[in-house]
Design a protein around this ligand. Structure first.
Ligand code: ZN
Length: 113
């Protein structure tokens, strides 16, 4: 499952941060998930429970923050908001949109103690 390896990356980020900042427990994790990323929030929650077992984030709450997708339309010469990959430009219908944002996942914030 694609989400499983994403979540393993998240655990690695948390463990690196814990080693660097000397915290021993994570209370809340805010995870940004782009609307154009291939990861499903429900699948992410499932993987979260599995991957975080026996880690310092075992008791943590997962908050998923969706970020909108954006792309550059060469036809309109501007950035447009799109809600799915391969969606045409909402202004002119051009299909050759270059995705510029909302296609990734990142850890935005950790609440720790
Ligand atoms: Zn356009």
């Amino acid at each position: 499952m694609h989400e499983m390896s994403l979540m393993e990356n998240v655990r690695q980020i948390i463990e690196d941060a814990a080693a660097e900042q000397q915290f021993s427990r994570v209370k809340t994790i805010w995870l940004e998930l782009g609307e154009l990323s291939c990861a499903e929030p429900e699948a992410m929650r499932f993987c979260f429970d599995v991957v975080m077992q026996h880690s310092i984030a075992q008791q943590a709450r997962l908050e998923i923050v969706r970020t909108p997708g954006s792309g550059w339309c060469a036809n309109c010469s501007r950035t447009v908001t799109i809600s799915a990959l391969y969606e045409p430009c909402p202004a002119c219908g051009n299909h050759a949109i270059n995705i510029t944002g909302g296609d990734a996942m990142r850890v935005r914030e950790l609440e720790v103690e």
